[in-house]
Design a protein around this ligand. Sequence first.
Ligand SMILES: [Zn+2]
Length: 311
Amino acid sequence: MRIKILGSAAGGGFPQWNCNCRNCAGLRNGSLHATTRTQTQIAFTIDSKVWFLIGASPDLRTQILAASELAPPEDCATGSPIGGIFLPSPDTDSLMGLLHLREFQSFFVFATASLQKILKKENRIFGVLDRADPPVQWQTLSARGRLGCHLSESPGEAPAFICATVPLSDTYPDYVSAELVPTLAPEEATIGFSFEHRGKSLFIAPSLSGRNSEWTKLATPADLTLIDGTFWSDDELRRTGRSNKTARDIGHLPLSGTAGLFEQFPRNARGRRILIHINNTNPILDEDSPEHRAVLDAGFEIAYDGMEFDL
Ligand SMILES: [Zn+2]
């Protein structure tokens, strides 16, 4: 399995266009030892031909253009190596990119029934995907399940890889109407993915509320974990003047502090652990900061755009 991180920042990217926090200002004026990051986007392939996306970031068009692997195949007048997209949640930042893919291209979208309901009932702009011939095909994921995924339509063939899912949060975004929310399954609000191929597994949870610990069952055996590194501390948005909400209020387990990610991450996990979806306010982005050092000392790595892995 080959994995490529096309974007590693949280919503807004780094720097964020309207943010003048220490990090964003420092990056703009050159005083901060840090690297720009686009909004979180992950891609993987098991055969180096068909690629799958995790989420669809608002930066997806430029991210695809920056990755030569995702260019149309040489022998085709039109087409894309992107075969499917796995959607983890209805958060704007993991959906908006679908609109970049509206150019009459057919592919699969894997999403829970609740997420599909939000898009099809209340956000009909995503119906532009149906203009492709054949139209985009929606595949339903359960919040807890194992789905065999095929790269060809040959009958009787074993799945090329397995997608296992786990519920990560029970809260829907504010833009979903009060009428619709009670009809949605709480466990389908945000899900994590484990992709398994030839005895190797990749666990992905860019948005982890920490309200349950089921995710540790998939993170413990994973060869590679890409996990929520949004905030260093619970009160980070308050301290930087960005919001009155805490990290936990908006569904992100902070890295540090009591019962933060560093404390909750399973001690016996065996694979590489990479922090992704890093908010522009997070001090770990400053490569000279004590927080950046603390991440490395805790055995984690920090994702950057263009980072690649082979499993
Ligand atoms: Zn900022």
